[in-house]
Structures are given as C-alpha cells and as structure tokens.
Design a protein around this ligand. Structure first.
Ligand SMILES: Nc1ncnc2c1ncn2[C@@H]1O[C@H](COP(=O)(O)OP(=O)(O)OP(=O)(O)O)[C@@H](O)[C@H]1O
Ligand SMILES: [Mg+2]
Length: 225
C-alpha cells in the first residue's frame, strides 16, 4: 500500500511575544490510503497542531512532511487544501447562511464545477452519508448535530480529496450519533480509499481505527498498528 503522507522528524514551535512553545518534537510517522488512524493524547499534547500541519495550514519549523513523496513546503498548499485534504471539526463549522445542499456544493464552486453537475454530485454525497432528501434545503441550524456532522463529511467528500482529517469529530455527539459518524469515516477509508486521520479523546473512536498513534508532550508513538 502506498503512503500518502509521511512525517519525518517534524517539529513545530508557537512563538508569541513572551514565550516559545515547542508543540511538536521530531514526530515521525506515515499514513496510507484505505486506513483509519486515530491520534490520542492529553489536552495540550500537540494533536491539533499536528493535524493542522497535515491539513497544510502551516509548515513544520523543522523536519519534513511529504505528500505522495513531495515535500509539502514546495507544494501549492492552497491547491492541496482545496483539492486533496479536508478537515472536519467538533463544532461542524457549516456555513450558517447556506442550505445543507449549498454547503456541499461549495467546494465544487471553488473548483468551478458547473452548477448542474455540482448539484448532482452534492446529492450523491448527501445520499452516501445517509441524509434524507427532505433535509437538503434546510439551513444547518434546523438539523441535528449528528446530521450536521454528516453534511460536513459530505462537503469534505465533495472536494474530491483523498485525505480526511477530523479533530474530535464526535466530541459534540451522543453515543448513537458517534457510532454513525465513526462508521461513516471507516467506510470512507475502507470503501472509498481515503486516508482518514481522527484526533480523539474517545476510546470507542480509537478502538474503531486501524492504527492508533499516541501524542505526549509533542512526541508521537505507535500505540497499536
Ligand atoms: N495559537 C497558539 N499559540 C501559542 N501556543 C499554542 C497555540 N495553539 C496551541 N498552542 C500550544 O501548543 C501546545 C499544543 O496544543 P494543541 O492545540 O496542539 O494540543 P491538543 O493536543 O490538540 O489539545 P486538546 O486536546 O486540548 O485540543 C499546547 O501547549 C498549546 O498551549
Ligand atoms: Mg486540540
């Protein structure tokens, strides 16, 4: 299986006026398509920092992140974020003034997919995440948290990427909805060949992953693979 992302001794430092925080320290690991990864660890251990580097929001202070063998520092990271890697969050982050369907069409609009095609594809993705079409014209605040997270997953799929990053995706959900979201994320990896990387505090979510990494004080270790 091919590695889609490889981290080689990745370090990251937050520098503010008064202090420096070394949030990641020589993190090395890799991610393959078709697998679900969980990253666990205490609050402040560096999980979200690592996820934002994987998302291309910033680059390591030291070390290298490779995507399909290419150094992320040399890549067009805007294109990477638009076309290849999507992030979903605990608080869903849907656009409040767009309908469910418009939210899913949004990444395709950025990619200049023709309207009709974007609409058809949005409907396909929404069906894949199991949302009934009676919800497509609703605004995000009119649907449940579990439904909103499913829309966020459909929107991530709509960008056509191959990497799905999730920061505590079930943190705001009850255990039943948590199960639905975890099953969906596993399906994306196992049936659609995504690399799915989930930051989580939740044991049940980690148990569903194929590989578990642990983060502690900015250092990453393999918990299970
Ligand atoms: N924008 C920032 N500026 C300065 N320091 C930061 C910033 N964001 C995070 N940090 C620090 O970097 C370290 C790692 O933070 P990070 O958010 O990656 O942890 P986390 O594992 O995601 O924690 P949590 O489980 O609470 O979300 C912490 O010491 C944190 O205080
Ligand atoms: Mg975090």
């Amino acid at each position: 299986m091919s590695k889609i992302i490889e981290a080689e001794k990745v370090s990251y430092i937050y520098q503010t006026k008064y202090q420096k925080t070394k949030a990641l320290s020589e993190v090395s690991c890799s991610f393959e398509r078709g697998k679900v990864y969980a990253i666990t660890g205490k609050s402040g251990s560096g999980k979200s920092t690592f996820l934002s580097l994987l998302a291309g929001l910033d680059v390591p202070a030291e070390g290298t992140l490779y995507v399909d063998g290419e150094d992320m520092k040399e890549m067009d990271r805007d294109a990477y974020r638009m076309n290849r890697a999507s992030v979903i969050y605990q608080a869903f982050h849907l656009f409040p003034l767009l309908t469910v369907q418009e939210n899913v069409m949004f990444p395709m609009e950025l990619q200049h997919v023709p309207q009709k095609e974007a609409e058809a594809r949005a409907k396909e993705h929404l069906a894949k995440v199991g949302l009934p079409d009676t919800l497509y014209k609703k605004m995000p605040n009119m649907i449940s948290g579990g439904e909103q997270q499913r829309v966020a997953i459909a929107r991530a799929m709509a960008s056509g990427g191959e990497i799905l990053l999730a920061d505590e995706p079930t943190g705001n959900l009850d255990s039943q909805n948590e199960r639905v979201i975890v099953d969906l994320l596993c399906k994306l990896a196992h049936e659609e060949n995504y690399a799915v990387i989930i930051v989580t505090h939740n044991e049940a979510v980690a148990a569903a992953a194929d590989v578990v990494y642990g983060m502690s004080d900015g250092a990453l270790t393999v918990v299970r693979e």
